[in-house]
Design a protein around this ligand. Structure first.
Ligand code: GDP
Ligand code: MG
Length: 216
């Protein structure tokens, strides 16, 4: 059994790294977050109905590539999230530089899942970075490991959840290629067998319509 999934979150200060991680793990949005050099958040969450242990390392955006300790730490990660803000062009340049640095550092190590995440979509009227798909920078990445999405930590809890879940699935696939989300088993429709079993299944399925509404 492998330990928790380790994810590092990188990006310029103020883009919403802490807000995103806190939003995903607690579903809450606080609006002000302590600025620390490094914070670690650990929690078990349910991903595809599987209890999954996660550990996020949220490090300050300042000169991430200059600290030798960061290189060492990043080499042990299962996934990397690089965040920028769609209303801050410079934060997008910082994100691109971080990705180039990661590519240089990690070569020839096997690629690890990387998520480029544009935050603050609720401020679309102030957008200065094009949406994914319209903007096509020449990312020299392994496309199978590279995801790019946008979301808003501030007002879209479901969107944040969806993006993080897709990314965690990708990590799980890489860590254990045989892992697939468990299929939902429909007990009512499988193995009906004899006419008695079939009648019982039909009764179960439709009994709800026969009940008094007040019992719902
Ligand atoms: P970090 O330095 O990258 O960890 O950024 P923080 O998480 O501390 O967020 C910086 C500021 O941006 C805070 O004032 C947050 O309230 C704000 N912020 C974070 N996410 C969003 C978002 O999705 N939309 C808006 N409008 N503001 C956000
Ligand atoms: Mg922070």
């Amino acid at each position: 059994m492998k330990g928790p999934i380790h994810i590092v979150v990188l990006g310029k200060e103020g883009v919403g790294k802490t807000a995103l991680v806190v939003r995903f793990l607690t579903k809450r949005y606080l609006s002000e977050y302590a600025q620390t050099d490094e914070a670690i958040y650990e929690r078990n969450v349910s991903v595809d109905e599987r209890n999954t242990a996660l550990r996020f390392t949220d490090i300050s955006g300042k000169d991430v590539e200059r600290r030798a300790a960061n290189k060492e730490m990043i080499s042990k990660m299962d996934g990397i999230i690089v965040v920028y803000s769609i209303i801050d062009r410079h934060s997008f340049d910082v994100a691109k530089n971080i990705i180039s640095w990661l590519q240089r550092e990690r070569r020839p190590a096997p690629p690890i899942p990387l998520l480029l995440l544009g935050n603050k979509c609720d401020l679309g009227h102030r957008r200065v970075v094009e949406s994914p798909g319209l903007d096509s920078p020449d990312w020299q990445t392994d496309s199978d490991c590279f995801l790019r999405f946008e979301c808003s930590a501030c007002d879209d809890v479901d969107g944040v959840d969806e993006v993080f879940t897709k990314f965690i699935r990708k990590i799980q696939e890489k860590r254990d290629p045989s892992s697939k989300p468990p299929r939902k088993v429909n007990h009512h429709s499988s193995g009906l067998g004899s006419p008695t079993q079939l009648r019982a299944a039909i009764r179960r399925r439709f009994s709800v319509f026969n009940r008094d509404r007040t019992t719902f």
